[in-house]
Design a protein. Structure first.
Length: 335
């Protein structure tokens, strides 16, 4: 029997955010401080955390521009924390809020999973934290401070968005997958899911090869700098690809009928964001001029980054269409 889905009968009155939300908002804002502080210091000309001889000091203007862009990105996290905790935030158009939160999820989720994994790898002596290449780039403490801030930021924003989504759209994810209206999916959704699964084969295979110690397709410089941390990160990329494809297939084909309806949505949301945003970031940075020929990404590396980016966008499209159709159907029933 299909579960009746309808939006809340009335909009909640404007009330101050609860104490847990205020705490999460404070954590989100404060956790941005280390990253923003370092970036602003570097823009101002400080070399704090940057060892002498670092490649970051070779291109002063480029470094200032890139740091300025990343300051804007991280500052957006503070704006999101306000939107997710203020009463007027419930009136923000869905498309204007969902996309930046999806990007934030995609950028932060691999860091939240990868940083603890790196600590575990290094605890067992496989991280090789003292590699000359890394020390010449930034001091080790910078990575620890910044990544710890990102983990706290991701946890706080994730908690705030989960509470916000429950209040605003929770009625759309009640019940199990089998109770979702079958009419919300069609041939277009299934075609996108199959295309995403097919495109994921190459990047998934290559990431698994790299995670298991293979060097096929890696640039000479990247292959020489491999550590246990590198293998852990590649394994995580493979897991996020699997999550994205699984979520897309579950949504498009209504598989796993006994699963809670929020499970495939969460898999598609986190998985697609992670592979799309990091695939795009790695692709863009690989296309920026790299002076050392040994560090230039190979065609296979670029193909992998582009492939996983496309997979992420295709799965995100499935989730967006599914969400929009369910919302429209709920609104029609309530009218």
């Amino acid at each position: 029997m299909t579960q009746s889905i309808a939006p809340p009968a009335a909009v909640r009155p404007a009330v101050p955010p609860s104490r847990p939300r205020r705490v999460l908002r404070a954590v989100a804002v404060v956790s941005c401080a280390p990253y923003l502080g370092l970036k602003l210091a570097w823009i101002a000309g400080s070399h704090i955390g940057i060892p002498a001889g670092s490649s970051l000091l070779d291109h002063r203007l480029t470094m200032a521009v890139v740091n300025g862009l990343t300051v804007l990105l991280d500052s957006a996290a503070i704006v999101l924390a306000l939107v997710l905790t203020r009463p007027w935030g419930l009136r923000v158009p869905a498309w204007l809020l969902v996309f930046p939160v999806w990007v934030a999820t995609g950028l932060l989720a691999p860091i939240m999973a990868g940083f603890p994994a790196q600590l575990v790898v290094r605890a067992f002596g496989a991280g090789n934290a003292g590699t000359p290449g890394r020390d010449a780039f930034l001091h080790e403490w910078v990575f620890a401070v910044v990544y710890a801030g990102f983990v706290l930021q991701g946890l706080a924003l994730g908690g705030l968005f989960a509470l916000y989504a429950r209040d605003r759209w929770g009625y759309l994810w009640r019940g199990s997958v089998g109770e979702l209206p079958a009419g919300d999916v069609g041939p277009a959704h299934r075609a996108l899911a199959v295309a995403a699964a097919a495109l994921a084969v190459l990047p998934l295979t290559v990431h698994l090869v790299w995670a298991c110690g293979g060097t096929a397709g890696l640039s000479a410089g990247r292959a020489a700098e491999r550590t246990g941390v590198f293998h852990a990160v590649e394994a995580l990329f493979a897991l996020f690809l699997l999550a994205a494809v699984t979520g897309g297939l579950l949504l498009a084909f209504r598989c796993g009928r006994a699963l809670p309806a929020r499970v495939p949505s969460a898999l598609a949301w986190v998985g697609s964001g992670a592979v799309a945003c990091w695939g795009g970031w790695l692709l863009v940075t690989s296309l920026v001029g790299v002076e050392d020929i040994a560090d230039r990404p190979t065609p296979l590396m670029n193909l992998v980054y582009a492939g996983q980016m496309l997979v992420g966008f295709l799965v995100a499209a499935i989730g967006a269409y599914d969400f929009a159709e369910r919302s429209a159907k709920a609104a029609r029933r309530a009218a």
